[in-house]
Design a protein around this ligand. Structure first.
Ligand code: H2U
Ligand code: ZN
Length: 386
């Protein structure tokens, strides 16, 4: 029998009420602010057994199997990241003054440093072209550029180890780059991201991220933009503003917050310790953040990444990135700036979650509930312990 929830809100997904997609239409309605929904019975009945959760940002479902967290692990174990690195590595292609793999030499930069990727995935001068055979074979040229953003001249630091002012400088670079690239006629979207740690494919421990700017809005932000636009149309309010109100009222998935950003494990999290940093005031892009909000973002990044490092006492790997409004010059009231953190580690420094089998063929699945992940992260100290 399907458990009928005691609560549901104005986030009621389109699949609700149908027999295939999820629970039936719920009894009460939450309007974003005010009375708290009753969740205790739901938690014990539903959340401790296999269930599906809806991701309203992507309009997708995932499977949660909380009863599996105790299963034994005889599979691959990850290498622990090296503990001690030199401040300067003569063999590093990102350290100041060194030659890069492409033959160019980095200047003796003192803070952040941005350069065009020597092996770019996108090229600015790609001539426009399209190939199409009916609805089955379709290809189109894509203009764009890929840049590398070095966060610090120090080879041995990571964001959680950097002083707050230096993280703020990284936020400013993201904002400048988004504005500069977004102003180009050929660019429709600016994707800011960071792969941290070998487990996520980062090619070098020197603290850096990347920016790929493209002509079209890529698949993931486009999916979110569509869902946010539909929500705005149906509810007359912003999806993430309403979601934030709801999560702040419930509290159980909030990790921490400052005046500008809230860090939470989304109800629909897929990666074990997935976190979203959500701007507390409605804003569409990194350049649109004012001075206080940029400080708030730097503070939230530091506090989150320190908690991550403390979780398994290692430099915690993840892929993170921002979702912001398209750079098409049009108003996008539906888009609410946020960052996703997707860390692969599951239960220790060496055991990771694999997105294989069922995830590749059916839908994402997780064992640990979002609520227990949030509780673990809430317990972590905001002072680096190693
Ligand atoms: P990761 O975020 O995956 O570590 O990628 C770093 C980027 O740096 C990668 O895209 C680029 C690679 O192409 N790179 C250079 O542009 N110049 C170099 O000398 C080596 C790496
Ligand atoms: Zn280096």
């Amino acid at each position: 029998m399907v458990a009928h929830l005691l609560y549901s809100g104005n986030l009621t997904p389109p699949g609700f009420g149908t027999t295939i997609a999820g629970p039936q239409k719920p009894a009460s309605t939450y309007h974003g602010k005010g009375a708290l929904p009753v969740v205790s019975r739901v938690e014990s009945m539903l959340f401790s057994r296999p269930h599906r959760r809806y991701n309203p940002l992507k309009d997708e479902w995932l499977l949660v199997s909380p009863q599996r967290t105790q299963r034994p692990w005889l599979g691959q174990v990850e290498k622990r990241p090296p503990a001690q690195l030199p401040q300067y590595d003569p063999g590093c292609y990102l350290c100041p003054g060194n030659e890069r793999a492409g033959g160019q030499r980095n200047p003796a930069y003192k803070g952040t440093y941005v350069f065009t990727n020597d092996f770019p995935a996108l090229l600015p001068d790609t001539p426009p072209a399209e190939y199409r055979q009916g609805d089955l074979l379709w290809a189109a040229s894509e203009r764009g550029t890929s840049r590398v953003v070095i966060f610090s001249p120090r080879h041995d630091l990571t964001l959680p180890q950097m002083p707050l002012d230096d993280i703020r400088a990284v936020v400013d670079v993201w904002a400048e780059q988004t504005a500069e690239l977004g102003a180009l006629d050929s660019i429709g979207y600016v994707q800011v991201f960071e792969n941290k740690g070998a487990a996520m494919g980062a090619s070098n421990p020197h603290p850096h991220g990347q920016i790929w700017a493209t002509e079209h809005v890529p698949t993931e932000p486009a999916k979110e933009q569509r869902a946010q636009a539909r929500y705005l149309e149906e509810h007359g309010s912003c999806l993430l503003c309403d979601y934030l109100d709801l999560e702040r009222a419930l509290g159980e998935r909030i990790v921490f917050e400052n005046d500008e950003f809230t860090a939470l494990v989304p109800f629909w999290a897929v990666w074990p310790f997935e976190v979203m940093l959500v701007a507390r005031r409605h804003v569409g892009s990194i350049p649109a953040l004012d001075d206080a909000a940029r400080d708030g973002l730097a503070d939230a990044i530091k506090r989150l990444t320190v908690r991550y490092d403390n979780l398994f006492s290692i430099s915690f790997p993840y892929s993170m990135g921002f979702h912001q409004e398209p750079a098409d010059g049009l108003p996008h009231p539906e888009v609410h700036l946020h960052a996703h953190y997707y860390p692969p580690l599951l239960r220790s420094a060496t055991v990771r979650k694999f997105m294989v089998g069922y995830e590749m063929l059916a839908e994402p699945q997780r064992d640990l509930t979002a609520e227990s992940a949030a509780a673990r992260l809430r317990e972590m100290s905001e002072t680096l312990q190693h």
